[in-house]
Design a binder for this molecule. Structure first.
Ligand SMILES: Cc1ncc(C[n+]2csc(CCOP(=O)(O)OP(=O)(O)O)c2C)c(N)n1
Ligand SMILES: CC(=O)[C@@H](O)[C@H](O)COP(=O)(O)O
Ligand SMILES: [Mg+2]
Length: 628
């Protein structure tokens, strides 16, 4: 018996318009089940996508896509959108190498109006499409769907600000489920709660409106007069609707799981002139009890039992870099009361949640606001603190100028801890931490630590927070190598490498940073077995470089730099620049191994390392090729 009879009949999103309300409600059940089945088997962003099933069906039953433009914010909640737009058959390849991507992607479908993955971009992009539409004289709708978490991102307010001023037709749907990845934070989140809690205002608004319109002849005039009254009532009952104050029509809050109500509000929004914000209230994880109960766990999840929601028990294994960072920072903060910790809406992901439980007064979750996080830290540092800002490498790209202008130029003691540095895997090109060595290396006063394993992460973190200047420590997603870790911290001499294996007779020297050190050791072993002797150096720092060791190793025939960062402007570039500047580049060959100058797709980390030529076997082969 076909589990998805209605879903299987949809060959074109326009088919959805033919369904009655009761069929749409049945279709919602089928969609939900299909998403749970798929994510249980593959992993993915379950809770966000379960929360937008009815929203998506209502959107597709009222608007004409792709003529109308639909921009999802972050896009992790768009699985229904993908399934309904021709990707149902391939949806089981979600987030796999060569498969359906985890976020809307313009190269994947004409229904994906804009590529997303980083938060708070949807209103800006949608407004851009509305401006373009009007310049071309078209009349399509442009819709942005943004979550309450993404609304804490500064770019959202920049876009709302301009949209309210331009007055162009634009529909912004605020999907308010009171959650970011963790519980949502900030004044805007509190404001939304107050609006949601003001049913008496909404009921009064509706009752008064209906009463006035029912009065013959004067009803319409009285209704318009009442609109003026409404605004004063609203400001009395519900603190001024900030959205209306900046030029939006505001509709809501409405039940984001009531398809009929959503359809009615979308039709009303289509009739309104100018920008409209529709505030819907949804439940993250809706329809799957384990996810409803724990939307944080099911925000982004690995494989799980389809019925119980249980994930496979991890058998022992090495600790994650994140957990090692989290524990080490608490130990350091025990001794150093100047240490504060800042996250941008990722307390669980960065491990700072534990810090916040121990030191709540020294922990700050700023929402999805990486730019603000860094300059907040700079302010703290300027006043004598030593803030530690923990961001994912890819999201730290948002704070480039804050790092340059507010931290490095002022030479302030801020420590940037970049988690998810390198190839992250299933999240793909929007999330790989492929560029931090490049974007940090040219910042004056910055010291860049790259631990080779979890033990070195502890010591590097301790050294970084002891310094009175900008520092960055970058480490990958996932587990370490299970190396022994001492309780006490050891200082890492800044700018000094660690020679792991060397003989002056060696033909080759690997200069590696981060976990690539262990892979370089494996490549060296392969080469040694084939009669090519290789030195291996853990360079430890991308800035400052240990130039003494570079010159010492330049006596080999071939220097090989290895990094899990873009080759453009990364660690290898720094070594090349040094060799060139010192006139050594004609004395020694240089082979740079790293992430090529392109966006790397999704897949397992090992698949992606292979794609980049970074497995030990490939590294050994590349060395042999260059030695020819
Ligand atoms: C710039 C940036 N910072 C952090 C993230 C990580 N992130 C992904 S989804 C999310 C929470 C989004 O909350 P919301 O917009 O409310 O969507 P919901 O998951 O609640 O549906 C965060 C912080 C991101 N994608 N982009
Ligand atoms: C959608 C988003 O940006 C986050 O949910 C991200 O996918 C989390 O990544 P990790 O799974 O590495 O914490
Ligand atoms: Mg949310």
């Amino acid at each position: 018996m076909n589990a998805y009879p209605l879903l299987d009949k949809i060959n074109n999103p326009e088919d959805i318009k033919k369904y009655s309300l009761s069929e749409l409600e049945e279709l919602a059940r089928e969609l939900r089940s299909f998403i749970i089945d798929t994510v249980a088997a593959n992993g993915g962003h379950l809770a966000p996508s379960l929360g937008t099933v009815e929203l998506t069906l209502a959107l597709y039953s009222v608007f004409r896509f792709p003529q109308d433009k639909l921009v999802w914010d972050v896009g992790h909640q768009a699985y229904s959108h993908k399934i309904l737009t021709g990707r149902r058959e391939r949806f089981h390849t979600l987030r796999q190498l060569g498969g359906i991507t985890g976020f809307p992607n313009r190269f994947e479908s004409k229904y994906d109006a804009f590529g997303v993955g980083h938060a708070s971009t949807s209103i800006s992009a949608a407004l851009g499409m509305a401006v373009s539409r009007d310049l071309c004289g078209r009349n399509n709708e442009v819709i942005a769907v943004i979550g309450d978490g993404a609304l804490t991102g500064g770019e959202s307010f920049e876009a709302l600000n301009q949209a309210g001023d331009l007055g162009k037709k634009l529909i912004v749907i605020l999907n308010d489920n009171e959650m970011s990845i963790d519980k949502n934070v900030g004044g805007m989140s509190e404001y939304l709660s107050r609006i949601r809690m003001a049913p008496q205002y909404n009921k009064a608004k509706k009752d008064v409106g209906n009463l006035l319109m029912s009065i013959p002849h004067i009803g319409d005039k009285a209704y318009r007069t009442a609109q003026i009254v409404k605004d004063s009532v609203r400001s009395a009952l519900v603190p001024g609707s900030v959205f209306e104050e900046i030029g939006f029509h505001y509709i809501g809050p409405i039940d984001g799981h009531d398809i009929s109500l959503l359809q009615e509000m979308f039709c009303r929004a289509k009739e309104l002139e100018g920008p409209v914000l529709i505030h819907i209230h949804t439940k993250k994880g809706k329809g799957f009890l384990p996810a409803e109960k724990n939307p944080n766990k099911f925000h982004g999840i690995g494989v799980f039992d389809r019925h119980t929601g249980e994930c496979p028990k991890k058998q022992g294994g090495a600790p994650s870099y994140t957990s090692v960072f989290s524990k080490a920072l608490i130990e350091l903060a025990d001794k150093n009361t100047d240490i504060t910790a800042i996250t941008a809406a990722m307390p669980s992901g960065t491990g700072l949640k534990a810090f916040g439980e121990v030191y709540p007064a020294r922990f700050f979750d700023v929402g999805i606001a990486e730019e603000h996080a860094v300059t907040l830290a700079a302010g703290m540092a300027a006043d004598g603190r030593h803030p530690v800002v923990a961001l994912y490498s890819t999201f730290a790209q948002r704070a480039y100028d804050q790092l340059m202008h507010d931290v490095c130029l002022q030479n302030l003691p801020v420590t940037l801890c970049l988690d998810r540095a390198g190839l992250v895997g299933a999240d793909g090109p929007t999330h790989h931490g492929a560029f931090d060595l490049s974007y940090l290396r040219h910042m004056p006063n910055m010291t860049i630590f790259v631990p080779k394993d979890e033990a070195e992460l502890r010591d590097m973190l301790a050294t970084a927070v002891s310094m009175d200047s900008p520092t960055a420590v970058r480490y990958p997603r996932g587990a370490g190598f299970g190396v022994p870790m001492r309780e006490e911290f050891s200082e890492v001499p800044v700018g000094k490498a660690e020679i792991l294996k060397a003989s002056d007779e060696d033909t080759v020297a690997f200069l590696a940073v981060g976990p690539m050190v262990h892979r370089a050791e494996q490549a060296a072993a392969i080469l040694t077995d084939e009669g090519i002797s290789a030195s291996v150096v853990n360079m430890r720092f991308v800035k400052p470089l240990d130039t003494g060791v570079i010159e010492q190793m330049a006596s080999r025939c071939l220097l090989v730099t290895v990094e899990e960062n873009s080759l453009v402007g990364g660690f290898g570039s720094g070594v090349a620049e040094y060799l060139m500047d010192k006139g050594l580049s004609d004395k020694v060959k240089l082979l740079r191994l790293g992430i090529p100058d392109k966006f790397i797709e999704q897949g397992t980390p090992n698949e992606l390392l292979e794609l980049c030529g970074l497995t030990p076997e490939q590294m050994a082969a590349a060395v042999k090729e260059r030695l020819k």
